[in-house]
Write a protein that binds this ligand. Structure first.
Ligand SMILES: *Cc1c(COP(=O)(O)O)cnc(C)c1O
Length: 420
């Protein structure tokens, strides 16, 4: 319906966004399924089940209902008027994924995969988590469906995110600390894959971003497409047109690809993903894969990865744990090559500044991940005129980060993190 009136450049018929990933899970040269033999069977089973569910109106109906009455969809499209006036440029709209149950977009995917697991007859769910947001969404959904739930989390992340560990346990999840390597997300994913191989008959692995081996990147994207679909409908209703620019932060890339997907053919809408610039672009100090990365394979998937010349994965840093990962989702790499999505990076200090600006101007505390998208959006808004429109995906709320922000404001050397 919207398409008839609004697709401005559907003539770009040389390429169909629905054709990706192809049958082998590739987005052009990226993606695929680089896994040991023991994992290829469960991945095939998952792919078959997903392809069937995707076509089944009953599945879509049940998911739709759960997204409404459990997660809280649709989320608002909010015009940040005071902020827009203060910056003095384009009108800024925020897509309020932060209002969802458990505080971020992650519940869209957790619900979708949990319903799929139910359909496949699985009784046990495993997941990995870094900062804890995906773990909380998964634990919450598992409580709702009555699944046994095990969350793998690096021991270092468990220490840093003690409150989130407690929240997962309150929802009945078992949180297992992983002591290997740097004791963070990468090791937690390895451990989850190991568990899956061993227990695949009764277990589904809910991966938390548009990453990993086929079918995960495409499936996770599909579960988040609702973000962009709603955004489009809401713009038609509120402004009678689409925004000029859309901006989202990119960790693995799930909130961004879900937000962008329905706009890929709208060539007049500029799409920008924002990576974590960390402390600097020196090796080990950031997570801007398109700045310092190279083509490689990590955890089942071919994509841009931060690695040294020997192929060892580099350490990464970001003030936001959710953007702090060495690989980017393969679909992003594909659209970067095509020039359809542009990528920028924002450092820790600027993200903190945006965190404070949105909090004080609008009374909305954004997640630190989201603050990277916001910072870039604020910069763009100042470049544009008052009759132009920017939409930023507010991927999550900042309650989880408030203590960390308080600590950073006391840290010398972060000039933008002054007390209010
Ligand atoms: C996890 C998370 C992200 C990063 O993950 P993507 O898969 O890139 O979306 C961004 N924002 C919030 C609030 C998160 O919790």
């Amino acid at each position: 319906m919207i398409k008839d009136t609004l697709v401005t450049s559907a003539t770009n018929s040389s390429f169909d966004r629905f054709s990706l990933p192809d049958k082998s899970g590739r987005f052009g040269p990226y993606g695929g399924s680089f896994v040991p033999e023991t994992l290829s069977h469960p991945l095939r089973e998952l792919n078959d089940a997903y392809l069937q569910a995707k076509k089944d109106p009953e599945f879509q109906k049940e998911l739709d209902q759960m997204l409404r009455n459990f997660a809280g969809r649709p989320t608002e499209l909010y015009y940040a008027e005071r902020l827009s006036n203060r910056l003095g440029g384009a009108k800024i709209y925020l897509k309020r994924e932060d209002l969802l149950h458990t505080g971020a977009h992650k519940i869209n995917n957790a619900l979708g995969q949990a319903l799929l697991a139910k359909r496949m007859g699985k009784k046990r769910i495993i997941a990995e988590t870094g900062a804890g947001q995906h773990g909380i969404a998964t634990a919450s959904v598992c409580a709702r469906f009555g699944f046994d739930c095990v969350i793998y989390m690096g021991a270092e992340d468990m220490r840093r995110q003690a409150l989130n560990v407690f929240r997962m346990r309150l929802s009945g999840a078992e949180v297992r600390g992983v002591e290997a390597g740097s004791k963070t997300l990468k090791e937690a994913i390895n451990e989850a894959m190991r568990d899956w191989v061993t227990n695949v008959r009764n277990t589904h692995y809910i991966l938390g971003s548009a990453l990993g081996a086929h079918p995960y990147p495409g499936m996770v994207r599909d579960f988040h497409r609702v973000i962009g679909e709603e955004t489009k409908r809401q713009f038609v209703k509120m402004e009678g047109r689409l925004p000029d620019e859309m901006i989202a932060c990119v960790g693995g890339g799930s909130n961004a690809i879900g937000f962008f997907f329905d706009f890929l053919e709208e060539e007049d809408v500029r799409l920008i993903g924002v990576e974590a610039g960390g402390r600097s672009l020196d090796e080990g100090e950031h997570a801007a894969r398109f700045e310092g990365g190279k083509l490689g394979i990590l955890q089942g998937c071919k994509t841009w990865i931060l690695q040294n010349p020997d192929g060892q994965i580099n350490p990464t840093h970001s003030v936001s744990a959710g953007l702090d990962y060495a690989a980017i989702g393969p679909e992003h790499a594909f659209y970067k090559d095509r020039g359809r999505i542009e990528y920028a990076h924002i450092g820790d200090a600027e993200a903190l500044d945006a965190f404070r600006t949105l909090s004080s101007e609008e009374g909305i505390l954004p997640a630190l991940e989201t603050s990277h998208g916001l910072a870039h959006g604020f910069n763009r808004a100042k470049e544009l005129s008052k009759d132009q429109i920017i939409c930023i995906n507010l991927s999550g709320r900042g309650d989880k980060d408030a203590m960390e922000v308080a600590r950073l404001m006391e840290t010398p050397g972060i000039p933008n993190a002054k007390k209010p």
